[in-house]
Design a protein around this ligand. Structure first.
Ligand code: PLP
Length: 433
């Protein structure tokens, strides 16, 4: 299979290039040249790994042997993906059982192993530069941890990430180096972007980006949609799946799973105040805006990149997209009430992102009078990552999972760095990392 750029369908590359380049040279996003079909009923009774193999095979055909793909999948998905019932019709799909307690572990772990497979024969170590405001960085760093031929440099803004996030970013060690930058997230991003175009750095280092638009992060996210459908009883009742949305990667992966033939009738895209995509669904115009900070901060995206992939899948036809995707957005105050309501009603602790999903589902059900449909909310993060908010809404202590407790106890290791490019460059070229 080849992958084309959303800006130019004639520009086609192999999976290896698409994964190692991240972004197409013309600034477009890579898309598979066709969406392979799967026979959904055939997936019933399969393990998560078997479903992942079945879905991933056509994307990697000719690039990886079946054994290589199997190794990647078995090594990447070592944690459960439970579908937990809140009521007869409503389930939550818990996507937070990976090492960094958020669904981004699926994409990051798969991408890291795929890149390592494509790099292994090279003599030079591949250097992954990641600017992070918190969540994505920890999933990416943890995904690349101990991967052969890979070295990760994480840049984060000093004093601007939560204590939990900082511990997750700075305690891995090994092939992961954290740089605490005296500046903002934008400064971190600027340093990374400048490094990619700097001639001296490019000569000396083999750089790769691991940002959220990499196609290797999207493909594995389609696996859990298929797995959730196959695990759900009552196969003839329509199914709606609710996706807490920010950069729209998760939603795009769901739409791809549906296009493959997984019988998901509707998607609900749940947003916070950063609801540019809702504007598109309602008015048919896409107007990026500056980001607004909220308590569901992993969804604070004012210009969602994967919008262009959705346009591509639906051939710019917003009316057709509306038949499949319903959108809704909610305030922080609504979200806090929802965390409390879900706890009272179901005795279940939801993180703020999933709580936005709960609200969007209620609105969809009441507007469409389809309460008898089967409903799945994607639980994108563990409540312990947002401990303070969840505890203040429920009045109950949040249990900290062992894997997080261990990392909270480890000593922090980070190099401090100014926000001057000349300092960063000198440090990189000296091989200090
Ligand atoms: C990244 C993230 C989201 C948003 O997912 P997108 O694929 O960017 O739309 C939602 N919830 C959590 C917890 C996240 O980390």
């Amino acid at each position: 299979m080849k992958f084309y750029s959303t800006k130019n369908k004639q520009l086609r590359v192999r999976l290896r290039e698409a994964v190692l380049q991240g972004l197409a040279p013309d600034g477009g996003l890579f898309m598979p040249e066709f969406i392979p079909a799967v026979d959904a009923p055939y997936l019933r009774g399969m393990t998560f790994q078997e479903i992942a193999m079945t879905l991933a095979r056509p994307f990697t055909d000719g690039e990886l042997s079946s054994n290589q793909l199997q190794e990647i999948i078995e090594d990447a998905f070592t944690f459960p993906v439970p579908l937990y019932p809140l009521s007869e019709d409503l389930h939550v799909l818990e996507l937070f059982h990976g090492p960094t307690l958020a669904f981004k572990d699926f994409g990051a772990r798969f991408m890291a192993r795929l890149m390592a497979k494509f790099t292994v024969r090279q003599d030079r170590e591949r250097l992954i530069l990641v600017a992070t405001s918190g969540d994505t960085g920890s999933a990416v760093a943890s995904g690349f941890y101990a991967q052969p031929g890979m070295r990760v440099i994480l840049l984060y803004p000093s004093g601007m990430v939560s204590k939990i996030q900082e511990q997750q970013l700075t305690t891995l060690g090994g092939n992961v180096t954290a740089l605490e930058v005296d500046g903002s997230f934008d400064d971190c991003q600027r340093l990374v972007k400048q490094a990619f175009i700097d001639k001296d750095i490019r000569e000396q280092c083999s750089l790769s980006s691991a940002n959220s638009i990499n196609i290797a992060r999207l493909i594995p996210q389609s696996f859990y949609y298929a797995a959730a459908w196959s695990a759900l009883p009552g196969s003839n009742t329509p199914l709606v799946m609710v996706v807490p949305s920010g950069n729209l990667g998760n939603l795009t992966a769901g739409l791809i799973a549906r296009r493959m033939g997984i019988p998901i009738l509707k998607f609900v895209s749940a947003m916070n105040a950063n609801d540019v995509f809702l504007g598109y669904l309602e008015k048919g115009t896409f107007q990026p805006r500056p980001t607004i900070p909220t308590i569901s901060n992993a969804m604070d995206v004012g210009n969602p990149s994967n919008y262009y992939r959705i346009l591509d899948l639906y051939e710019n036809d917003v009316r057709n997209l509306r038949k499949t995707v319903y959108g809704a957005s909610f305030s922080d105050q609504d979200t806090q009430q929802a965390i409390n309501q879900v706890y009272d009603q179901f005795n279940y602790m939801m993180d703020p992102h999933s709580a936005v999903g709960f609200l969007a589902l209620q609105q969809f059900l009441s507007e469409n009078k389809v309460n008898d449909w089967r409903q799945i909310i994607l639980e994108t993060a563990h409540p312990a990552k947002f401990k303070d908010i969840v505890e203040s809404c429920t009045g109950r202590p949040v249990r900290i999972p062992q894997r997080l407790a261990v990392c909270l106890d480890k000593p922090k290791h980070a190099f401090t760095m100014s926000s001057l490019f000349s300092d960063f460059k000198e440090w990189l070229l000296s091989g200090a990392g």
